[in-house]
Structure formats: structure tokens, C-alpha cells
Design a protein around this ligand. Sequence first.
Ligand code: ATP
Ligand code: NMN
Length: 181
Amino acid sequence: MRGFYIGRFQPYHNGHHQMVEEIAAEVDELVLGIGSAGDSHSPRNPFTAGERIMMVNKAVSNFDITTYAVPIEDLDRNSVWVSHVQSMSPAFEVAYSNNPLVIQLFTEAGVEVRQSPMFNREVLEGTEVRQRMIEDRDWESLVPDEVADVVREIGGIERLQQVTSSDRSECVAGDDDVNPC
Ligand SMILES: Nc1ncnc2c1ncn2[C@@H]1O[C@H](COP(=O)(O)OP(=O)(O)OP(=O)(O)O)[C@@H](O)[C@H]1O
Ligand SMILES: NC(=O)c1ccc[n+]([C@@H]2O[C@H](COP(=O)(O)O)[C@@H](O)[C@H]2O)c1
């Protein structure tokens, strides 16, 4: 059986990694959807799709499962988003998500959805990891070692600090439900 798990993975952290480990016990193959693939260089979405593919591929390489990382760009039309995902991904029988909108859209489209517990959510959250990166506090312990290596290789900390400190006044969170800056 092949599963599908989508996230923005900004960055891919130990909560995602634990979820993939649990999914790997249930499926033979897993598609990792790199969500909001067109977004990068913003405080909420600092890393490009290509950089996130590197993070995910390297981090999951130790798991005994075949994975495919597939970039999925956002659409302005939720009603056709599942078809869009299916058009970009290897076929899958089950979708894994804890995101209420994603769960609703897959369920309405007749795709089985499985949820997972949230692992140590107080700290294992992309927002917390990015905040620590901005403040030069320990973020490495919240991500797999391979992800920390990629972040360093691409100058990710400097980029995030730069896009956070530059004038973001034109970018009002809530302007766009799918891509708040
Ligand atoms: N600690 C966690 N344990 C289990 N699942 C998680 C955890 N953190 C995120 N997820 C799930 O992984 C999927 C992708 O999440 P996403 O990439 O948005 O991470 P996030 O930590 O919620 O990031 P952000 O804070 O940037 O929104 C979602 O279904 C989300 O609920
Ligand atoms: N209309 C759309 O483009 C649409 C709808 C639902 C989810 N998504 C995307 O799916 C991903 C879901 O991942 P998260 O659980 O990390 O939010 C995000 O990248 C989100 O933008 C997009």
C-alpha cells in the first residue's frame, strides 16, 4: 500500500520525522508532498521546494521504506485541490494529515485519511524551530541531523534572519489564507 503525507516542512522537524516513522510501519511506500512548493524567502516559508526535498530525502533515507518527495504548489481553489495533488503524485490509497482543511478535502473526495498523535508539540512545531533560528537559540535538537546539515549548507539561518528583519509591512498575515507571509 502507498500512503501520502503533505506538509510545508519549513523546516522538516522531529515531529514530522516521528510521524513518518509511524506511517512507515503501515505502508510499503510513502509520497511526501512538499506543500506550498512555490513559496520561499518569507518568514513563514523560508526554504525553497528544492531545499525541502533535500531535507526530507536525506532525513528519511534510514527508514526501510520507498519514499517519493513531490512538490505541490498551492491553488486558489480548495474544491479542486485533491485532484491537483493526485495529478502530481504517484497514486496513493491513504492520506496522512493532522491539518483540518487537508482532512476535510481528502475525506470529501473519498480518500481515506489517517491522523496521528501530535508529538511533543510544545516545541516540535515549525514556527518554534524558525523562531529559535531567528534568535540564535538551539534549533538543531528539534530537527534530524541531516536537516541541520542542509540548513547550514544553504545558509538558511542567515536567510531567515534577513527576510525577517527586512521591511515586511507590505505583507499582512491574513491577506491570503493559504499563503500568509
Ligand atoms: N509535532 C508534531 N507531531 C505530529 N504531527 C505534526 C507535528 N508537527 C506538525 N505535524 C503535522 O505535520 C503536517 C505538516 O505540518 P507543517 O509542515 O505545517 O508543520 P508545523 O510544525 O505545523 O509548521 P508551522 O508551525 O510552520 O505551521 C501537519 O499535518 C501537521 O499537523
Ligand atoms: N487550495 C490549496 O492550495 C490547498 C488546500 C489545502 C492544503 N494546501 C496545502 O497543503 C499543505 C498542508 O500542509 P500543512 O499541514 O503543513 O499546512 C500546505 O502547504 C497548504 O498550503 C493547499
